[in-house]
Design a protein around this ligand. Structure first.
Ligand SMILES: Nc1ncnc2c1ncn2[C@@H]1O[C@H](COP(=O)(O)OP(=O)(O)OP(=O)(O)O)[C@@H](O)[C@H]1O
Ligand SMILES: [Mg+2]
Length: 247
């Protein structure tokens, strides 16, 4: 479903490449969790998958569509298959919450407006934001904005869901509720899911397979059940959060 082949990415002002030969294949229906230190390139990997960034070398494909090197029109077709929750939420500040959440359905243009509004109300209820349709993003708390952005990411039932830090800055109870929503959404749709989180423990409960990005490489990619017992001391230390170790 999603493939990165020998992907490299550098940004000006860095001596080492941010990503240096990343290979990744995610099958349809799989849930993959991505962890790694701050600024290791986790968000960049997600942006490469939706074609918001282009790799310097290597290839990215999504559902057999080329993402790397694709035209803007071709990228629209890729993005129509992806629901993305950005790390900064990326709600449109000038639109109400209702219009933000309705946006993916309106872009599809297949449902009548009354049906769209009904679905928006249902989804806002599901994320605990009943009656927030007329509010603007700056009138909501950070956690509420995160939940509104989540509603927008999933409302059109895209086959691929990408979540960048879905619970950052949220209290533990809200975090559990968000993961319940992510699970319900996945189980109802069978979507392929990629989730990045700094909350390694919560992500381990959610993703049966995990990758760890470190110094440009996927230092680990495999079963979540085995990650804490990895042969690699860097991976073990990162997952356990121990102060002593190579990191
Ligand atoms: N568009 C860009 N232009 C220039 N540099 C960029 C761009 N996007 C990312 N970077 C740089 O690449 C590095 C990795 O960024 P990225 O956002 O992928 O990290 P991350 O692993 O998601 O970190 P965090 O855990 O803090 O979210 C950072 O040093 C960042 O400044
Ligand atoms: Mg990030």
């Amino acid at each position: 479903m999603i493939r990165l082949a020998k992907v490299g990415k550098s940004f000006a002002g860095r001596t080492l490449p941010l990503l240096d030969g990343v290979d990744l294949t995610i099958a349809s229906g799989e849930t993959w969790g991505l962890i790694g230190p701050g600024a290791s390139g986790k968000s960049v990997v997600l942006k490469l998958i939706c074609g918001l960034l282009q790799p310097d070398v290597g290839a990215v494909t999504v559902a057999d569509l080329a993402v790397s090197g694709a035209s803007e029109d071709a990228l629209m077709a890729v993005r129509a298959r992806i629901g993305m929750l950005f790390q900064n939420n990326a709600l449109f500040d000038f639109m109400t919450i209702g219009d933000n959440v309705a946006f993916p359905l309106q872009r599809e243009g297949t449902l009548p407006e009354a049906e769209i509004r009904q679905r928006v109300a249902e989804k806002l209820r599901a994320v605990g934001l009943v009656g927030s349709e007329e509010k603007f993003p700056n009138q909501l708390s950070g956690g509420m904005r995160k939940r509104a952005a989540l509603a927008r990411a999933v409302i059109a039932r895209p086959p691929i869901l990408i979540y960048d830090e879905p619970t950052a800055g949220l209290d533990p109870v809200t975090t559990s509720k968000i993961y319940d929503l992510l699970r319900a959404e996945r189980d109802q749709t069978g979507a392929t899911v990629i989730a990045v989180s700094s909350d390694v423990d919560a992500l381990r409960q959610f993703a049966p397979r995990m990758g760890m990005l470190y110094q440009g490489k996927l230092r680990y990619d495999g079963s979540t059940a085995n990650i804490a017992d990895s042969d690699d001391a860097v991976v073990r230390q990162f997952v356990s959060g121990a102060l002593e170790g190579p990191l």
